[in-house]
Design a protein around this ligand. Sequence first.
Ligand code: ADE
Length: 338
Amino acid sequence: EILARLMSGSRALEDVVRQRGRSCLKFERVLGEGQFGTVNRAIVTGAPALHQHVAVKQLKDNAEAKHKQDFLSEAELLKPLKHDNVIRAIALFPQTAGAPACLVLEYLEYGDLRNLLRKCLALTDRGRDRFNQSRKSDFPGPLNPLGEAPLSAICALNFPHDVMPWVRLTEPEFRFILSQVAEGMAYLSSVHRLVHRDLATRNCLVGRGLNIKIADFGLSRELVDDKDYYRVQSKGKLPIRTMAIESIFYRTWTTESDIWSMGVLAWEVFTYGDTPYKAVPLDQLVTFLETGKRLARPPDCPMEIFEVLQGTWNATPSSRPSFEKIAEVCKRNLNVRD
Ligand code: ADE
């Protein structure tokens, strides 16, 4: 019944936005600023109270043609996607004489996953030391009263808007986060034959109940029928540290290269948002990987999961585990606490 209410709530929101157009969007504040666009939080006036916030992505006025194209292709790609772990597009308003094109997305109150992880680091002994040494004022303060409550309790709780759910991350939370990303990616790759190309914690968003959604499809491409890879010639900015070795080498992207990135994303999760290969300069990363070196097991990463991660970094793409397999391993022991 609750599910039905939520479903009709989100459908009502979409209907309101589509029927009433841009005029129902009341911009509140900037959520993020990219090279060529801005994401704002807006209120949809006249929508049911439960679902009133949306995120609105807009191109800057002076955006180049290429960026306009990326923006529109992201909007097109998002349209048919419907999965709990993938950001949902609500509407796309095309560019008019007086207003830029704008993509209306569902709003997730806790922002991007990397930022959340970094804040959660402050709750660990390691993180507390680091915070104490540097920016005392940034320390989040007392632990939320949940402390070490079971995951089910954390997930059932609704935190107020914009209040970070200060949970101490333990094995079940790590597993829960990663199984959601893997399931979202399994849906994108198996059902829609989409290659994301920029899978990383900074491109995942966090909603209530530690619900994770894959976002930022700016670089994504649909695989065309007989081609299982996507090749780019141009040398735009590339997310080298999360890229598969063959993508760095040949500029090709496949579901298997997304699987490599999923492994790096998992490493980011277990290190509370650390930078992969931090000690290796970018121009030396290829050599580092070529000689068979890989990311080390973070202390919080269970051996069973690390073995899967090592598989995702296999130099032979076809030997990497599927997203379905990764999800399956992550979901094991989801509710077991030491
Ligand atoms: N930042 C970028 N996109 C967002 C969204 N959809 N919700 C919340 N914060 C965001």
